[in-house]
Design a protein around this ligand. Structure first.
Ligand code: 5GP
Length: 202
């Protein structure tokens, strides 16, 4: 608790193609690092079976999403796989001000927007060991239609081509090892920054 009183939190962006294991890695990371906060995104896509509104995403309709855009409420937003996804500025600001480090699990378009707007962000790209491994994971997950699979695999190439714009690249060939590496990144980056303003502008 004392740590949160004296420091402003940092933003850690976690990106990687769909099926790279971001969700699994992130959940394990949060078990090990309770001081982290997860930023719950807004999305216009339909919930998958088992997904809970307000926990996994805020599931909103396109009218509401576009009105948030108009109000400038998003720190970042993007059209991903044909649906809109966005991070509310107020959510991130609240947690950072309270001293928590915030993890944004977002795509590469959103990551670049955060980089441009925030002076205390670290970008981590989680990559699958190969495109073949990615396809296998997506099929095992069994949540996507053939059409959605096709779109996600095409986008995977696009995302992988942007990995060089990130601060860190972590290959997810073992969940334990990926979690250990991201944990180390967070711990060492925490020590690198003095407490200063978390977000620029607005
Ligand atoms: P999914 O539909 O599989 O949950 O997510 C699809 C993609 O959207 C993933 O790459 C995920 O990281 C990305 N995504 C989720 N939330 C956000 C967000 O708030 N902003 C952006 N730019 N991408 C997001």
């Amino acid at each position: 608790m004392t740590e949160t009183k004296n420091r402003k939190g940092q933003i850690f962006v976690l990106s990687g193609p769909s099926g790279a294991g971001k969700g699994t890695v992130r959940k394990r990371l949060f078990q090990e690092m309770p001081m982290l906060k997860y930023s719950i995104s807004c999305t216009t896509r339909q919930p998958r079976p088992g997904e809970i509104d307000g926990t996994d995403y805020r599931f909103i309709d396109e009218t509401q999403f576009r009105s948030f855009i108009g109000e400038g409420a998003f720190l970042e937003w993007a059209d991903v796989h044909g649906h809109l996804y966005g991070t509310l500025f107020s959510d991130v600001e609240r947690e950072c001000s309270a001293g928590y480090d915030v993890v944004l699990e977002i795509d590469v378009q959103g990551a670049m927007q955060v980089r441009n707007r925030c002076n205390r962000c670290i970008l981590v790209f989680l990559s699958p060991p190969s495109i073949e491994a990615l396809e296998q994971r997506l099929r095992l997950r069994g949540t996507e239609s053939e059409e959605s699979m096709r779109v996600r695999l095409r986008n995977a190439n696009y995302e992988m081509n942007h990995a060089s714009g990130y601060d860190y690249l972590v290959i997810n060939d073992s969940v334990e090892e990926a979690v250990r590496r991201i944990r180390e990144i967070i711990l060492s980056e925490r020590n690198r920054y003095a407490s200063s303003a978390c977000l620029q502008g607005r």
